[in-house]
Design a protein around this ligand. Structure first.
Ligand code: UT7
Length: 311
């Protein structure tokens, strides 16, 4: 049983300005706007500038979270960046973020790669490390520059992915209601990969079936572990991969679509950034504070995971 209690302090996001619309993609591959919208729910995705790396997107998302709470940067002593598109092999993207934030005091910073589930994995790692008593404040970021690894001649994948970053600052909490629950795991499979050949490859249909199944399991696990019912949950923040995956989960579990936070239309699939971006958009509405939300994701690996947190 997970005993970690975390206080959510602030969230942030960064979305690059440039967009790739469905109409833009029609000029690159044999596809069309109606097919993309009806099969995925995506209308556009955002694209980072040439010189903007994942650490830049992550830095801006972190600054957004810091500014919103007027947070003392000196508190942060743990930075975790989840990404499959880090700036380079080493130093870690998190090390670059630490430098960009100007954090020169002792702070542990490192990257994790759990594909699209990276942020949920990162949150569990941070919660455990905070519960150890050795850290006082964690900054967890999901950041992706996926446009640099998308093959714009492959219509099966290029319509899906976009760039962006989301961040969350959390601290340990004394309050019982801040208890968090996690379910993070993996099942080896290579149906979704990004190899040194540089491009994302995916068997979309098989990933789709896996996703519908595992997202239901992720939500059920959270309800069982916490002894709550779906009515006690204010919102579900799913990985934004395909609107039809979310609709299928909603239908199979009899959970109204209104309970799911959605923004796939605007950003497409931003991998590890998708859940924290959605979380930030949800938290922007002050009335959504002090709520119980389930985060649920899946991705290459296959990795999958869910978290139940109190905002
Ligand atoms: O975070 C990463 C996790 N990734 C995912 O969650 C992806 C999960 N999978 C999916 O979202 C969907 O499988 C896709 C959106 C990738 C594809 O949708 P689909 O409904 O599963 O389509 P499909 O692969 O079964 O293809 C149906 C048809 C095929 O043509 P035929 O063989 O029926 O003649 C494809 O060639 O649609 C064709 N097609 C397209 N047509 C127009 C595939 N991509 C496109 C396209 N535009 N972009």
């Amino acid at each position: 049983m997970n005993q970690a209690q975390i206080k959510v302090i602030s969230s942030g996001k960064y979305i690059p300005k440039e967009t790739i619309t469905n109409q833009d993609l029609e000029k690159m591959v044999d596809t069309n706007h109606d097919w993309i919208v009806s099969r995925t729910g995506i209308v556009k995705r955002h694209k980072a500038a040439e010189q903007e790396e994942s650490s830049d997107l992550a830095y801006h998302a972190a600054m957004d979270a810091i500014k919103k709470a007027n947070y003392d940067i000196n508190q942060i002593d743990l930075i975790i960046v989840a990404s499959i598109t880090g700036d380079q092999m080493t130093p870690a993207t998190a090390n670059f973020v630490q430098t960009k934030l100007g954090i020169t005091h002792e702070c542990m910073s490192f990257d994790i790669n759990a594909a699209c589930t990276g942020f949920v994995y990162g949150l569990e790692i941070a919660a455990s490390m905070l519960a150890s008593g050795r850290f006082r404040s964690a900054l967890i970021i999901g950041s992706e520059k996926l446009t640099k690894v998308v093959d714009y001649t492959d219509r099966n994948t290029c319509i899906l992915f976009g760039d962006g970053a989301g961040a969350l600052i959390v601290e340990p909490s004394e309050k019982k209601e801040d208890q968090v629950y996690f379910y993070n795991a993996a099942k080896p499979d290579e149906l979704l990969s990004l190899t040194v050949e540089r491009y994302i490859k995916m068997d979309g249909r098989k990933v789709f079936l896996f996703a519908v199944d595992i997202m239901q399991k992720g939500i059920e696990k959270m309800l069982n572990e916490s002894n709550l019912t779906i009515d006690d949950i204010d919102a579900i923040i799913p990985h934004q991969a395909n609107i039809r995956i979310i609709q299928a989960v909603s239908k199979a579990m009899n959970i109204p679509m209104e309970k799911f936070v959605l923004n796939i239309e605007e950003y497409g699939n931003t991998s590890a950034a998708s859940i924290p971006i959605s979380l930030d958009e949800y938290m922007l509405d002050q009335k959504n504070r002090n709520q119980k939300v389930i985060l649920v994701g899946f991705g290459g690996g296959f990795t999958y995971g869910s978290a139940l947190i109190n905002l």
